[in-house]
Every structure is written in structure tokens, then in C-alpha cells.
Design a binder for this molecule. Sequence first.
Ligand SMILES: Cc1cc2nc3c(=O)[nH]c(=O)nc-3n(C[C@H](O)[C@H](O)[C@H](O)COP(=O)(O)OP(=O)(O)OC[C@H]3O[C@@H](n4cnc5c(N)ncnc54)[C@H](O)[C@@H]3O)c2cc1C
Length: 417
Amino acid sequence: MSEATDDAPDVVVVGGGIAGASAAAHLAASGLSVALLEKQAEYTDIVRGEWIAPWGLQEAQRLGVDECFGFGGGWEIREWTQWDETVAPGDAETVDMTRFVPGVGGPMAFPHHTVCELMAEQAADAGATVVMGAQRAAVTGGEQPTVTYRLDGVEHELRPRLVIGATGRSCTVGRQVGVSMTNSVHHWGGGLRVAGLDDWPMDVQAMGTEGERMFMVFPQGDGMARLYINFPTENRPRYQGDGGVDRFIADFELSSLPDGGASVYSAATPIGPLKLWPSVAMFPEQSIVTDGVVLVGDEAGNADTVLGTGLSCSLRDTRMVCDVLTGGDDWSPAAFEPYLIERKFRMERLHFGADIVAKLYCEFGPEAMARRRRARELMEENFAASVTGLLNMVAPENVPDFGFSEFFAERLFRERV
Ligand SMILES: Cc1cc2nc3c(=O)[nH]c(=O)nc-3n(C[C@H](O)[C@H](O)[C@H](O)COP(=O)(O)OP(=O)(O)OC[C@H]3O[C@@H](n4cnc5c(N)ncnc54)[C@H](O)[C@@H]3O)c2cc1C
């Protein structure tokens, strides 16, 4: 991995996360000349998603990067138990997650930075120039786009045919080419990778709400797991400063878990940083495709993190864009129309689903608990009421239409007499 040597590659990808690194790997394997610019000097745990839905894994298969998940420490999770304060631990139902997408199995939990690193390596092996530590990337669009960046204090300029912007929520490329975002924040969250969970059932993920915490445990095998807590924005100081990590782990003492959470809070040892973030939904205000520049992944807008579909969405974006770039010589904005149409449809569904999940599981207090209890009872009576949960398993277009109607949302949340 080095500085870019071909100063006029077909494609420059700015940002080497899941979206950008998978694009570089696929395009290079398809015979295009590609430069991938990643600002980190080496991949580290910057606390991103580590749970990928089966439909996202299917996109990874289509891009030919699925083995990066497996070799990168991916761990199939087979069951999802919805422990929660509205149900006794022994009564919490378990969903078999392996049956939703044939040929894929259950979702996977994995160390994010290791998988990105393997994708970048795969891109380099296929002939891409991978530049780690690329600073101050600056993009201009137009018929002849340019990308400048600094490496070890030296300025470089590339003149590709097309730039893929994949810098995530910083939206660096988007801002440079005039795409602004509207943001909406429902709550905050924190994530920490831990080891030592030897008594936690490694096949089982947990997601539930208790007190002012919406907790998640995503096992990664060998006693490791990614822990997340979503919490009201005003509780941020609880996890900041000295002792924040200890308080975060201690907050897994939860009476809704079978052992009161002891297999987590009394055993977890941090193996990465704790990062806190606003659980933000982002909506682009201009087109994510302009002359010479296409945005993918979080840089193109994302649904509230709590839905857990950002990775799948990023891979879908990459696949749709790569289909255009490898499918013919027309790389004009018009050629990306199918991507824009599909993404609009997909994001409308994901935003709708994320709003339901956030309202159901990330609002706190007696009223929210009563609402969650009612919804849970409704789901027990009528499986159709759980339709939003399908978004975690199958692609949005395969979720029944009724799950995206105001009629459905109103019925799910309303008080019954
Ligand atoms: C805490 C957290 C938990 C999440 N949990 C889940 C989950 O469980 N499941 C799920 O599906 N999704 C989850 N998501 C969402 C998921 O992580 C994102 O949707 C996904 O990482 C987006 O990928 P990306 O490549 O677009 O952006 P990113 O992952 O943000 O990657 C962007 C990359 O670009 C690099 N970069 C940034 N700026 C520049 C620049 N100027 N020049 C060069 N490189 C640059 C960064 O270093 C990074 O490597 C979570 C997100 C967060 C923040």
C-alpha cells in the first residue's frame, strides 16, 4: 500500500470504510484502474457497525468481498432474544435468524476495522493503489474531476474519470461538491468491544430496553462481543470522562437478562475504545450524483443507526454504483439514475422502519414502557405486527408493503381499549 502512481486512474475512491474499500476491491477485480485514499495511517477501531444483516452479506457476496468478513473474524449469530423490562427473562421469545436469506445464514458480527483492512488488501492485490494516511483530500467535480491529497507532507493530484465519495458521516466529498445534509438526532449511543464473556451464549444476540438504556450484545465468538447502549441525549455525561468505560459496562447489570447481566458486567474487559455518538439520520438536500462524482455509504445519507442496516445499505450502494461502472462506458449522471431511484425507495423504507424502532425501543419512562408492552402483546397475537424487524434480515424491497403505511404505525402504537 503506497502513494498513487497512476495519476489518471479510472476511479478514485475517497474513504476506505466498508463502502469505499469494497468498491475499490470490486472495481479493481473487474479490471478498472483504481486509487483508494484512506485518511487513517492504519485501520483502527473507530467504533462503527459490527453487525451485518443477511441481506448485507448477500450484497457482499455479489461484490466478491464476503470472504473478508469470514477471514476478518466474522461470527454468525443464529438467534435473537428480545430480553426487555416488559417481559420476564424466561418468557422472552427467541427468533431463529438463519432462515431469512437462503445461501447466507444468520447475520454476522465482526471486528469492523479488520474487515476494512482485508478489503483494502484485496483491492491492492487486484491492482488498486491503496493510499493509507492520505490527508486533506479535496475533490472538484465536472467533466474532468480532480482529487488532491497530502501524504507525508507532499501534495499529490489525481485526474480520474470518476470520484466515489465514501468518507462516511463527515460527508467531506459531498460538502466539497455542494451536497449538504439535513440531520435529525433521536437519541445518543455508545459502543465498546469487549472480551471475557465466556458465559454468554455466543450464538445469541440481545437487544432490549431497561430504565434509560436500550442495550445490545452482539457476540463475536471466543467470548468477544460488541456492546452498544442507546440512551437519552442528556445522559451523555454518564459515559464521558474518567470511569466512563466502567460505568458503561456496569450498566449491563440488567434485571431483564437471565443472569441479571452478570455474564456481561462482571466479566467484560474492553478491547477497544468507548465512543459515544449521536444516533443520527441524515438526508441529502441535493443529488448524490453529480458530474464526475458519486456518493455512497453514509456519505450519501443514512437511516438512524439504531436500525442496524448502515453496513448493508453501504454495500448495496457500492454494488449499484459498481454495476454502472463495470456495465458499460456511459458514466454520465444519467447512467446512475437506477441507483438514485432504488436508493430513494430503499431509504424511505429504512427511515420509516428506523423511526418505528427508535420510538419503540429508544424512548424511556413509564409511557414509553407501556407503549412497548402493548406493541409486544400485539406482536405475540399477530406476527404481522413484527414486520419492521424484517428490515434487519431481508432487503427493504422484500419487506411487505403494509409495514410502511401510516395505518400500520398508528395501529402498532395506539392505546387499545
Ligand atoms: C457506533 C455505530 C454503530 C453502528 N452499528 C451498526 C450496526 O450494527 N450495523 C450496521 O449495519 N450499521 C451500523 N452502523 C452504521 C455503519 O457503521 C455505517 O453505515 C457504515 O460504517 C458506513 O460505511 P462507510 O464506509 O460509508 O463510512 P465509514 O464507516 O464512516 O467509513 C468512512 C471511511 O472514510 C475515511 N475517511 C473519512 N474522511 C476521510 C477523508 N477526508 N479522506 C480519506 N478518508 C476519509 C474514514 O477514516 C473511514 O475509514 C453503526 C454506526 C455507528 C457510528
